[in-house]
Design a binder for this molecule. Structure first.
Ligand SMILES: NC(=O)c1ccc[n+]([C@@H]2O[C@H](COP(=O)([O-])OP(=O)(O)OC[C@H]3O[C@@H](n4cnc5c(N)ncnc54)[C@H](O)[C@@H]3O)[C@@H](O)[C@H]2O)c1
Length: 497
């Protein structure tokens, strides 16, 4: 009897469509891939095309390896070629969420922003992207590049229109330029603003004096401009601001969600949770949080600060719809984040770069949960005058935990993965207590995608697919918290230590 290969086991990101599939359609008979595709085409439910989109982005070798592991034959390349011609649609059910509500996504060309803009658009929100495209410039200036080839924002938007039938508005400009931002606000009149548009790398902010100052100017002034624009043009607008769990540092007590109740000398108050940022970047986020809290109190603005953990993964259902919708994936020592970096390192045979003792523990989340959390925050807005803080992550891992997980996943794919302990370029505790609360988004309905073998499989295979784009010289960390100086540096790997 022919064995079947569960698509959901091949690709964890399909989990969200399981409820829409009937029992037979969740299995793939690889030897019979064409009829499988036809079978799916005849079923009408919202995300069937995601299935094809995802399989398109997963390399054939991945499928072949999966198939041979399960002794079920080969995935048909023809099935992949044919599916490109298929018309993509979005089901009415998927459109219900947003109901045309206008959301401005500042930083919508970036890693989290692009995935979120497409998700919200797919959910029926009317989305405008505001982005200066400066993230692409950072890469050019430092000689870096995304692992995945990303097309221009204009091409991305055109492709999304073709794939989904939905229009994304685009405002290319800098939120530090208030005249530009004011025009964008007046023209689009957002009901909610999701603000991702900042310089978001701690190492970048520690390269040299110029980049430290740039980071704080860009992030703090940009956020102040957003606050003034809301007050002036759309005072009812809900600000959803991306903060970071890094604002809290690693205190030796539990981390609460934004506030802590303290009794001191017999009196009790609920106060903002203490912040102990560990880079000029993290400090910029702390300054933002204070400015937002102040304007909620003083002007009655409504805001949600999403203290996000470290994001991993690359595919969301929408970015998987077409190669031109692919998201960026950073693996270099400046912009790459822990798990994404480890997967790319494993895929190209580079030892996993564990900084110091590797006991540094942080909150992590799948990019599919980033987009979910933002939608949840928009759908459940803060009250006027309220400054709400949610800790946005789903699981805690130490760097050593992540390395072990990637080694195990690599072994399953036949990769020999090892680690090296490199001198820690950061100033941080390498062994410490860490227990951060993260219940508020769950209470509002977040259904987390926990780190799974299937996700790691797909991420590793994704990295292997694009491994010829990896610049090995960019993998080791090259920015030292202690060696930052005033001399401008023109390349990320210029200083070795
Ligand atoms: N990626 C993570 O793991 C992570 C973790 C915690 C928090 N965050 C936060 O989430 C947000 C998005 O992160 P990301 O990884 O998508 O970053 P990213 O660098 O990929 O995207 C940021 C986008 O903002 C744009 N931008 C920057 N400054 C701007 C300005 N002044 N005006 C207009 N556009 C501007 C950039 O061009 C870029 O497209 C950031 O605020 C970051 O601090 C990210």
């Amino acid at each position: 009897m022919a064995q079947t290969l569960s698509i959901a086991s091949c690709y964890d990101s399909l989990a969200h469509i399981k409820p829409h599939l009937d029992a037979t359609s969740t299995t793939l008979k690889p030897a019979n891939a064409i009829s499988f595709r036809r079978g799916l085409s005849s079923i009408s439910f919202g995300k069937q095309e995601d299935l094809f989109g995802c399989s398109k982005l997963v390399s054939l070798s991945f499928f072949e390896r999966q198939c041979s592991r399960r002794n079920v034959g080969k995935f048909s390349p023809r099935a992949v070629a044919v599916k490109e011609k298929e018309v993509k649609t979005t089901s009415p059910a998927m459109e219900e969420g947003g109901k045309g509500k206008k959301v401005m996504v500042v930083g919508g060309d970036g890693y989290c922003g692009w995935a979120t803009a497409l998700h919200l658009s797919n959910r029926g929100y009317q989305v405008a992207i505001v982005d200066s495209l400066v993230r692409r410039l950072f890469d050019q200036q430092l000689g870096l590049d995304s692992l995945t080839p990303i097309v221009s924002i204009q091409k991305r938007i055109k492709r999304w229109k073709q794939v989904s039938g939905k229009q994304l508005d685009l405002f290319v400009g800098d939120v530090c330029d208030f005249d530009f931002l004011a025009e964008a606000f007046k023209s689009f009149e957002p009901g909610a603003v999701v603000h991702f548009g900042e310089q978001r790398s701690a190492p970048f902010s520690m390269i040299d004096r110029g980049r430290a100052v740039y980071t704080q100017h860009n992030n703090v002034i940009g956020t102040m401009n957003v606050l003034f624009a809301i007050k002036e043009f759309c005072p009812e607008c809900h600000l959803v601001k991306l903060g970071t769990m890094g604002e809290y540092g690693t205190p030796n007590i539990d981390i609460e969600e934004g506030y802590i109740t303290i009794t001191h000398n017999g009196r009790t108050d609920t106060l903002p949770y203490p912040k102990q940022a560990s880079s000029f970047y993290h400090l910029s986020k702390v300054h933002d949080s204070h400015n937002i809290a102040f304007t909620c109190k003083a002007w009655g603005l409504r805001a949600t600060d999403l203290n996000q953990g470290v994001v991993y993964g690359v595919i969301t259902p929408e970015t998987a719809e077409h190669e031109e919708l692919i998201n960026r994936l950073d693996y270099d020592g400046v912009f790459g984040t822990a798990l994404n970096r480890f997967c790319v390192q494993a895929a190209v045979g580079h030892p996993l770069t564990v900084y110091g003792k590797g006991g540094q523990t942080r909150g992590y989340l799948d990019i599919r949960d980033t987009v979910q959390c933002v939608e949840i925050a928009i759908a459940n807005p803060a009250n006027p005058g309220e400054f709400r803080v949610f800790n946005q992550f789903t699981e805690q891992f130490s760097v050593n935990d992540l390395a072990k997980t990637v080694i195990k996943a690599g072994e399953k794919l036949g990769l020999e993965v090892r680690t090296i302990n490199v001198p820690n370029p950061r100033v941080e505790a390498e062994e410490h207590y860490y227990n951060a609360k993260h219940t508020k988004l769950i209470e509002l309905g977040l259904q987390p995608h926990f780190l799974s073998d299937a996700l790691l499989d797909s991420l590793l295979n994704f990295a292997m697919r694009y491994s010829d784009r990896v610049d090995m010289a960019q993998i080791m960390p090259a920015v030292s918290w202690k060696k930052i100086g005033v001399k401008p540096r023109s390349s990320a790997s210029e200083v070795k230590f």
